[in-house]
Write a protein that binds this ligand. Structure first.
Ligand code: CMX
Length: 132
């Protein structure tokens, strides 16, 4: 892992939050993407060299719907860039982390992704991201 790829923020209403974060950052989102497999609609903001992803649930079973129901809106995950996601998955498993995706899956913004369970990372949902 060598840098943060993005920070994911769970929101109830993407349209409203896009306006809120555009006024916070002074710049609007550069992309909206539906990730059907994850049950989310996302938008992306570039803030200097950093990326922020807003996530709205598109169905009741989505991880974002469950998160908001339990914790409310807020930071949902931190994603880190990895060069070789399969290598990292095996390395982190050996280190004792709970890897949620033994086989990486396709995520938003042209990435291969895998998650670590927050119970194994001091309460932070960690996402590994490799460019496709
Ligand atoms: N950050 C921190 N803790 C979280 C969390 C999060 N994002 N989501 C759930 N938790 C906590 C819950 O509060 C709960 O804690 P307590 O037991 O202390 O109450 C615990 O994790 C529940 O764990 P669980 O019963 O195993 O499972 P859940 O059904 O709540 O699912 C998780 C949690 C992380 C396994 C699931 O959300 C998941 O698989 N996430 C990965 C996929 C994902 O998040 N996709 C959406 C984003 C996609 C994208 O970025 O494009």
């Amino acid at each position: 892992m060598y840098k943060i790829e993005h920070i994911g923020i769970a929101v109830k209403d993407l349209e409203k939050s896009n306006l809120l974060f555009a006024s916070l950052f002074g710049e609007k989102h550069y992309k909206i993407e539906d990730v059907l497999s994850e049950g989310v609609k996302t938008s992306f903001f570039q803030v200097g060299s950093n990326k922020i992803e807003l996530l709205e649930a598109t169905n009741a079973n989505s991880a974002i719907a469950k998160f908001i129901e339990k914790k409310g809106e807020g930071i949902h995950h931190i994603a880190f860039v990895v060069k070789d996601i399969n290598f990292e998955i095996q390395r982190l498993k050996k280190e004792g982390f709970t890897v949620l995706n033994e086989v990486p899956k396709r995520g938003a913004d042209n990435k291969l992704i895998a998650f670590l369970h927050p119970k194994s990372t001091n309460g932070i949902l960690v996402e590994l991201c490799q460019d496709l």
